[in-house]
Design a protein around this ligand. Structure first.
Ligand SMILES: [Zn+2]
Ligand SMILES: [Zn+2]
Length: 97
């Protein structure tokens, strides 16, 4: 069994997804969300790959500052539109430019 810690479900946020192989499938490993309404599932050939794919999905994409290239950016809403702001150089821009 994998020792990798699994993040909450990337779709509904339910913590502690189930990790285990399906006995009807000979090769592969699945991670399944506990929430029956969500039922998100991820398949990979090994538990490690499944856990990595699950956690990668759970992580929001890393944003980079357009000006200085750092990753110290934060996203907030201004008048209903997402604005990205760099903490290092204090520049900000909208998500679409
Ligand atoms: Zn879920
Ligand atoms: Zn910057």
């Amino acid at each position: 069994m994998s020792k990798l810690k699994l993040k909450p479900c990337p779709f509904c946020g339910t913590p502690n997804p189930m990790c285990g192989s399906d006995r009807y499938v000979s090769v592969g490993q699945s991670i399944t969300c506990h929430d029956v309404d969500c039922g998100a599932q991820m398949w990979e050939t090994t538990p490690e790959l499944a856990a990595r794919a699950w956690n990668r999905r759970a992580d929001p994409p890393v944003l980079e500052c357009r000006v200085c290239g750092c990753k110290h950016v934060r996203v907030y809403e201004l008048e209903g539109l997402p604005v990205i702001e760099c903490v290092d150089c204090n520049r900000s821009w909208g998500r679409d430019g």
